[in-house]
Design a binder for this molecule. Structure first.
Ligand SMILES: CC(C)(COP(=O)(O)OP(=O)(O)OC[C@H]1O[C@@H](n2cnc3c(N)ncnc32)[C@H](O)[C@@H]1OP(=O)(O)O)[C@@H](O)C(=O)NCCC(=O)NCCS
Length: 87
């Protein structure tokens, strides 16, 4: 997580394959959100490759909304940008 004045960006999030689907990432993000809110952060930004459907679905489930699509950030793939207002 990178912290700014009143927002932050979740730069990297991954759970080892054998531990996926057990609620690990959800617990981590809920904890990160609580820490951010406590520090005065009001908005969290996340991003995923356009082809990473599981990543996008994961963030949607946690209340993140798509607001932009950046073209070819990863060379040949677009990046979906999402955010969540904490309060
Ligand atoms: C995305 C990722 C972090 C999710 O981690 P996880 O620990 O398996 O996720 P959780 O078990 O906490 O899932 C929470 C919710 O997200 C959604 N979700 C998670 N994986 C999903 C999938 N493959 N397809 C659809 N929805 C999914 C579900 O709604 C799930 O809730 P449910 O189990 O009650 O249905 C993991 O799949 C991962 O490391 N992927 C590769 C890296 C990545 O994509 N990082 C994020 C974007 S860059």
């Amino acid at each position: 997580m990178t912290y700014y004045e009143d927002s932050s960006n979740l730069d990297l999030l991954a759970v080892k394959t054998e531990f996926q689907g057990k609620g690990v990432a959800q617990k981590l993000v809920v904890w990160l959100e609580a820490v951010a809110l406590n520090a005065g952060i009001r908005k969290i930004y996340v991003q995923a490759r356009e082809t990473n459907k599981q990543g996008v679905e994961f963030y949607k489930k946690l209340g993140y909304k798509k607001f932009a699509e950046k073209q070819q950030v990863y060379g040949i793939e677009s990046q979906i940008r999402m955010f969540k207002k904490l309060c």
